[in-house]
Design a protein around this ligand. Structure first.
Ligand SMILES: Nc1nc2c(ncn2[C@@H]2O[C@H](COP(=O)(O)OP(=O)(O)OP(=O)(O)O)[C@@H](O)[C@H]2O)c(=O)[nH]1
Ligand SMILES: [Mg+2]
Length: 334
């Protein structure tokens, strides 16, 4: 997989493309689309579905995504650089503050802000918080309201329009594209409904210009960072209680072996001794299933066999410990 470092949208090289656009030399469009929304609405699922490949961890639990991540879609007439972000919520730890900051910073300097909402429930406090942020934005990027999970709504059209109305009412309408009642902006990321229309709508909102990234590049994340997220994803899916939120994963070693396999050693950090016991499970059973589910995902991502070794360590209350947050790369950029 082609990977590179995070590039802030502010740092993209846009000079040449502005010139090209001015000269009318191209009808190619390119730009940045931030996907924001409260936790668990399906932002990362939507990103993966739009790209047609998995670059972002996904789970049924909130706060799966912890860092901004680019997903780059290159097609013949356009390049869309999606920014997947952590869910915006009411924070209870330093970690939560970091997550919100990651998401809020992604509102700056992008061409389109895609506000993804969960159509299976009425707007929540977090949705209101996000709408307020969007209404207060000094620089007006295009904003687009998209309803996800329409597969969960009953067949009566009434359910959909009630939801569209409830969410769009939260926005200051002067310059919002909500495309009410067109059906174009109601999607199901898991059932792949409405994605072609959404993609074309987004492209039409981007400026003309050449691509910012090489066509083979699909994300800005290193494979080892995605591997850490996939291990955390498998914990989030397999563990039942509150433990998953107290989890962080560090990759200690990532080596390509001559036989074509990769060797990965990772540590799962939890906040308390009791949680360590839960993650390891009776006779190490739980850790074994976490490791084997993660290994499969990492193998699929890299297209090669992986030998994965995982251990568990306690780092007391790390979610409120700035040093530990730094170690895991949850570092405020400003
Ligand atoms: N029924 C249904 N479920 C969906 C759909 N899209 C996503 N989901 C589910 O919603 C859950 C959350 O998905 P994520 O993609 O991790 O959500 P997120 O918004 O990235 O969450 P955070 O990273 O925690 O902010 C997962 O269980 C998905 O399978 C959809 O269109 N329909
Ligand atoms: Mg996510």
């Amino acid at each position: 997989m082609a990977v590179a470092r995070w590039h802030s949208p502010h740092h993209r090289q846009s000079g040449s493309r502005e010139l090209q656009a001015k000269n009318g030399m191209t009808e190619h469009r390119s730009g940045f689309v931030s996907i924001i929304g409260r936790p668990n609405v399906g932002k990362s699922t939507l990103l993966n579905a739009l790209l047609g490949q998995k670059v972002a961890a996904v789970s049924p639990r909130p706060q799966t995504t912890r860092k901004r991540q680019l997903g780059i879609l290159t097609i013949e007439h356009a390049q869309v650089v999606f920014v997947d972000t952590p869910g915006i919520h009411n924070p209870h730890h330093k970690l939560g503050e970091f997550l919100n900051q990651e998401a809020e910073e992604s509102l700056q300097g992008v061409d389109v802000i895609l506000w993804l909402v969960d159509s299976s429930s009425a707007p929540t406090e977090d949705d209101i918080r996000i709408a307020d942020l969007l209404n207060k934005l000094p620089i007006r990027a295009h904003r687009l309201l998209v309803l996800n999970k329409i597969d969960t709504l009953s067949a009566e059209a009434e359910g959909e329009s009630v939801r569209v109305e409830a969410f769009s009412r939260l926005l200051n309408h002067a310059d919002v594209s909500t495309e009410l009642n067109t059906g174009a902006l109601k999607v199901s990321a898991t059932k792949r409904l409405g994605l072609d229309e959404l993609r074309e709508k987004l492209i039409s909102m981007l400026p003309e210009g050449p691509p910012d990234y090489p066509e083979e590049q699909v994300t800005d994340s290193y494979e080892r960072d995605i591997a850490a997220d996939l291990i955390r994803e498998s914990c989030l899916k397999i563990l039942r209680d509150e433990v998953p939120h107290s989890l962080a994963v560090r990759i200690d070693e990532f080596k390509e072996r001559e036989n074509g396999m990769a060797y990965i050693a990772a540590t799962i950090f939890v906040e308390r001794e009791s949680q360590k016991g839960i993650v390891i499970g009776e006779g190490g059973k739980m850790l074994k299933s976490i490791g084997s589910a993660a290994r499969k995902e990492i193998e699929e991502m890299g297209g090669r066999k992986v030998f994965l070794e995982v251990r568990v360590k306690v780092s007391k209350d790390w979610r409120d410990n700035q040093n530990m947050l730094n170690q895991f790369g949850y570092i405020k950029r400003k």
